[in-house]
Design a protein around this ligand. Structure first.
Ligand code: GDP
Ligand code: IMO
Ligand code: MG
Length: 428
């Protein structure tokens, strides 16, 4: 068995949670390496739905060790809520099976406040549509070197001092610029002190745990959050999240070297969706878009916002293949396309008279491109019960094969419904 990196190849919500859960059966360790509780990863097992925001989606498999790496930003309150929600569904997670890196940066109440205040102050058209979870401000403090790290929960005196220092600037911004109430160190400590007691048993040297796991020949799966085109460097800047979402960050964000990354699986939805602001060349503001939205139940797992929907964009996924060194794709939500007479795939962009195989790089350029479409016949059959390629209508098989050709990588798995068992090999 090889180590696997699972990443989203579009704008998030491709079905990573479902696939991580499924493939967890083949891994000993499952690691989140970036992002925070902006993520919403849905796993459905025997009709029961679990939405995981911070805890890796492998947690439903007994005996697997789930790790939260240094590249994540962790909100202690959300972590504890998630433990409680899992416990209420009969999943009790002992610290032996869930560990947080001491180097993981923490999301503080002032990060959440600043994220919301900034978003509110942005004018229409410039709003990023963040999840309001404090992700950007927490990464900002990490980079500015005033961040609070999980290890600080073991030293509440140090934690308080760091909070006091951070609050000097945060309160100036919150009160003077954004007209929000100031936050006191006492308030922050009142929230954190009881949470610290709960979190400290979960703290670990995650890099060390992973290094030892490799010495013992154990298998590791890296669970990406968000999607490649939300990457802080390679995404549709500034309409992106604040971390590197690409596969390469699985190494830096967990404390393992890049030679350990073996299979790199890009999760790809059979069409395209986006939640929040930013350009979306293949967006459909018509009946077909509404069909995809309702058939695909395209509502955000974290913020409950309706996701914008559009045709499959091979230009974006082609770039994801390059940015992540994808070794294979998993194509999800193919069932949602059933019932459409014709399907379009964007095979290239037209930008200022030129045809482009990859997205243009200038900031506003993606909003200007015109998709070049190819049309394929659709199919009308319900495919949610398909168990192999042979069970799919010819139209569905041709659609998959065309996507593989256009992006240059083969599909490994096909998903035709939200449940674990609605998945089969593309070689079947
Ligand atoms: P993630 O953030 O990438 O883990 O994806 P989300 O969980 O936010 O969104 C994917 C949604 O699609 C969830 O509601 C899943 O239960 C659902 N889903 C996953 N795979 C399939 C599929 O093949 N078909 C259908 N109809 N739904 C799916
Ligand atoms: P999963 O892991 C889809 C989007 C937000 C917003 C932008 C920045 O479930 O695929 P942030 O709060 O991160 O500063 O918001 O990124 N976004 C996501 N979109 N899926 C996600 O995660 C997302 N996480 C953030 O909507 O446009
Ligand atoms: Mg999601």
């Amino acid at each position: 068995m090889s180590n696997m990196v699972i990443i989203g190849a579009q704008w998030g919500d491709e079905g990573k949670g479902k696939i991580v859960d499924l493939l967890s059966a083949q891994s000993d360790y499952i690691v989140r390496f970036q992002g925070g509780n902006n993520a919403g990863h849905t796993v459905i097992v025997d009709g029961e739905e679990y939405i995981l925001h911070l805890i890796p989606s492998g947690i439903l498999h007994q005996g697997k060790v789930c790790l939260i790496g240094n590249g994540v930003v962790l909100d202690p309150a959300v972590f504890c809520q998630e433990l409680d929600t899992l416990a209420s569904k009969g999943v009790d997670v002992a610290p032996a099976y869930l560990k947080i890196s001491r180097k993981t940066h923490l999301i503080m109440p002032y990060h959440r406040a600043l994220d919301k205040a900034r978003e509110k102050a942005r004018i229409e058209g410039e709003k990023i549509g963040t999840t309001g979870r404090g992700i950007g401000p927490a990464y900002e403090d990490k980079v500015t070197r005033i961040g609070v790290r999980a290890a600080d929960l073991e030293d509440l005196q140090l934690l308080r001092r760091k909070v006091e220092i951070a609050l000097v600037e945060k309160n100036a911004l919150l009160t003077s610029l954004y007209n929000c109430p100031a936050i006191s160190a006492d308030e922050v400590m009142a929230e954190l002190t009881p949470l610290a007691e709960r979190l400290v048993p979960y703290l670990a040297d995650v890099s060390g745990v992973l290094g030892q796991a490799r010495l013992e020949g154990k298998t590791i799966m890296f669970e990406g959050a968000q999607g490649t085109h939300l990457d802080i460097d390679h995404g549709t800047y500034p309409f992106v999240t604040s971390s590197n979402t690409v596969a390469g960050n699985a190494a830096a964000g967990s404390g393992l070297g890049p030679r350990e990354l073996e299979r790199i699986i890009g999760i790809v939805k059979a069409y395209t969706t986006r939640v929040g602001g930013g350009p979306f060349p293949t967006q459909l503001d018509c009946e077909i878009g509404r069909h995809l939205q309702s058939q695909g139940a395209e509502v955000g797992a974290t913020t409950k916002r309706v996701r914008r929907c559009g045709w499959f964009d091979a230009v974006l996924v082609r770039e994801s293949v390059r940015l992540n060194s994808l070794t294979e794709l998993t194509l999800t939500k193919l069932d949602v396309l059933s019932g459409l007479k014709e399907l379009k795939i964007c095979v290239a962009y037209k930008y200022r008279g030129e045809e482009m195989q990859y997205p243009p790089q200038a900031e506003a350029a993606l909003a200007e491109v015109e998709p070049v479409y190819e049309t394929l016949p659709g199919w009308s059959e319900d495919i949610t019960g398909a168990k192999s390629m042979a069970d799919l209508p010819a139209g569905a098989r041709a659609y998959i094969r065309r996507i593989e050709e256009l992006v240059g990588v083969k599909a490994g798995l096909i998903s035709v419904g939200p449940d674990r068992n609605q998945t089969f090999s593309a070689c079947s």
